[in-house]
Design a protein. Structure first.
Length: 654
């Protein structure tokens, strides 16, 4: 039956579209330093000061001066109500937060603009289907049974930040003229066509089933459909401007595609109208400043327009160690990115009292700290044969001392774990999570001897060509600080069973390009999909749907409909058939069942080697910064967006 929700990954299609100090020593035990329990002190802000009006004082003054319409005229007919985490907040103040260099734009998007047609809830379990989807820009949606049509009802009276109406025309423009434009997005696969039903109703129609379209809109990718104001951007689009070449020259752009891209990026173009709670008004080499959107469309339970905070200030920092130093001194109001590692937690714990901040809990969506992946579609036929030997992968898994890795690299936090759903997940499989995780050199050699029993005089195993088995593991620098130490341990473990490994650090861009070009031997990366919902959207570690890293040619074959790459072997083909069936049903239980079958095949084939289940994460928040809840630290749940930053507030000036 058709589904309907009302009230408050990369997949194949999405993959193709994509193309981001020591503190003062105190007397504290190691357990205390790694705890997320608040330090025992009062925050000293029992009283609160807030305006009695329905809008921020900075906006009320503009209304009084005749420069802005009354708040009642700026809100939609039925504005959604955001319940505060702790209490009703007060207007004013800023949120100071860091960003790691000029390219850390995902942090901007996730903080000031987690807006889409639909959303994830604050308390997210990562369940299958749309059971956890809540309304966003759209107040309701319907879907047909096979996942080829989706209809969304928008909010009447909603406006862009410049006061222009937000209607179905904007959604149709975003989909048909932007996302479906092959010059702007050359790689297209099963993109929908948007149809305007009326001013506040839009329908999406797919040629092939894509039942997870609604879930996809709840991720950060959902911003694309609600961030292209037609009234502003048509001027920069060649289909709407006959004199586009003159405008390109006038703006100094290379072509209309470059011009349009620069004008349509919210964190680069202060003139771009937005529906976000804050809009970027300034960007330079030191910081990005976003100020409240006077036409923001949500209110608190008392009918007061959100957001509470006047502005968000992103301070650019190029070194994570500098970011850590500043965080430990209390420079940031709230942060949960780059510095919230286990290694840094003791440093941040020691700075809590002096810095005036504390920890908040952030359970992770990740299911693995580090996944070791061999290139199963390697260009070298010898290495391909070696890497595709299942006993080779099993043997190397048994050779890893995961407990030592946990003790050395992860502050004794975590547990041995394969590439498998987290224990809290509805599809948790203990056998899958624990298989081959025991440190057992004898078993390792037994499995390796089944496929490559011959050794040379130095004890090195010989491959099918009679030469010592040797390969390189690439890792991106500046991404995961634990990778170098972990890989050095892995190198020694595998050398002990006759396999030679070289460790190669690379710039992230080069690392990514080598994977894309199928030029790598093996690599390491985090397992960032631990719940059913995120695996459904991004199953890349379990099969080659999505942005897969270990079988690029199989991935390309699936993504291109067989026009590129190489046809995968039968087990992978069965998984892809199951995934296509998942995409063809909007029934939550059926989606979960298809995913369960995909995971079972992944369990049997054992494509990749997992290491450690991540320990619970954390973030930091100042004691005078409020309404910050416990939240998932995830990717598909784009932290901290679903926690509703528009209801954060500060009492720093009290």
């Amino acid at each position: 039956m058709a589904t309907k929700r009302a009230g408050v990954g990369f997949t194949r299609r999405a993959m193709l579209r994509a193309g981001a100090l020591a503190g003062a020593v105190t007397a504290a035990t190691a357990c205390d330093l790694l705890s997320t329990e608040p330090s025992k002190k009062s925050n000293g802000d029992d009283g609160r000061r807030r305006a009695n009006g329905k809008e921020a004082p900075m906006l009320a003054s503009l209304v009084a001066a005749g420069k802005l319409p009354p708040v009642e005229e700026r809100l939609p007919v039925e504005p959604p109500v955001v319940e505060p985490v702790e209490r009703i907040g007060q207007y004013g103040g800023a949120w100071d937060t860091p960003m790691l260099g000029a390219s850390d734009n995902y942090w901007i998007q996730r903080t000031i603009c987690y807006e889409g047609l639909v959303r994830w809830p604050r308390e997210w379990k990562g369940l299958a289907g749309t059971s956890e989807i809540i309304p966003g820009v759209a107040k309701e949606f319907t879907a047909n049974e096979d996942g080829t049509e989706f209809t969304f009802t928008l909010r009447e009276g909603m406006k862009w930040s410049d006061g222009e109406p937000f209607t179905a025309d904007d959604i149709v423009f975003a989909q048909n003229d932007v996302l479906n434009n092959t010059e702007l997005y050359p790689l297209q696969d099963n993109n929908p066509t948007a149809e305007k039903v009326d001013d506040y109703t839009v329908r999406f129609v797919f040629e092939r089933p894509y039942s997870i379209f609604v879930q996809d809109q709840a991720t950060s990718r959902g911003l694309a459909l609600v961030s292209h104001p037609a009234h502003y951007l048509r001027r920069f689009h060649k289909d709407y401007n006959d004199d586009i070449d003159s405008l390109v020259r006038e703006e100094g752009a290379e072509d209309w595609v470059e011009l349009f891209g620069s004008k349509a990026t919210l964190w680069e173009n202060p003139e771009l109208p937005t529906i976000c709670a804050w809009r970027v008004v300034e960007r330079n080499a030191q910081r990005v400043i976003a100020e409240r959107n006077p036409y923001y469309w949500k209110v608190d339970p008392e009918g007061r327009q959100l957001p509470y905070l006047d502005r968000v200030v992103f301070h650019m920092v190029n070194d994570p160690e500098v970011m850590l130093l500043r965080a430990s001194s209390g420079a940031y109001d709230m942060h949960i990115r780059h510095i919230n590692t286990l290694r840094n937690k003791p440093v941040l714990a020691r700075g809590r009292e002096k810095g005036g901040y504390d920890f908040f809990e952030a359970p992770r969506d990740d299911m693995n700290e580090a996944i070791l992946m061999f290139n199963l579609t390697h260009k070298d036929p010898v290495k391909r044969q070696i890497f595709n030997a299942r006993d080779f992968r099993i043997g190397l898994s048994y050779a890893i001392n995961r407990q030592e890795i946990i003790d050395v690299a992860f502050q004794r936090q975590g547990e041995p774990w394969q590439v498998a759903p987290r224990p809290e997940d509805q599809l948790y499989d203990e056998e899958m999570a624990k298989q081959y995780t025991e440190y057992d050199v004898d078993r390792a050699n037994q499995h390796l001897d089944r496929v490559f029993p011959e050794r040379d005089g130095e004890g090195r195993r010989l491959g099918p060509d009679g030469r010592p088995i040797s390969f390189t593991i690439d890792y991106p620098t500046g991404q995961v600080p634990e990778f170098p130490a972990l890989l050095e341990l892995v190198r020694t473990y595998w050398k002990a069973v006759g396999v030679e490994v070289r460790i190669q650090p690379e710039d992230y861009g080069l690392w990514s390009e080598r994977i894309k070009s199928n030029d790598h031997d093996a690599l390491i990366w985090i397992g960032d999909t631990g719940f059913t919902a995120s695996i459904t959207l991004e199953p890349r570690y379990f099969c080659v749907a999505g942005y897969n890293l270990y079988a690029v040619l199989w991935r390309d074959w699936y993504a291109s409909g067989g026009r590129q790459g190489e046809r995968p072997p039968e087990p992978m083909l069965r998984q892809l058939q199951l995934y296509d069936r998942l995409l063809a049903t909007t029934d939550d239980a059926e989606q979960a069942d298809y995913l369960r079958q995909i995971l079972q095949i992944a369990k049997e084939e054992f494509y990749t080697i997992g290491t450690v289940l991540p320990a619970p994460g954390y973030g930091i928040v100042r004691n005078d910064f409020h309404n910050v809840p416990t939240m998932i630290d995830g990717w598909q749940w784009p932290t901290p967006g679903p926690s509703d930053p528009e209801q954060y507030f500060t009492t720093a000036d009290e």
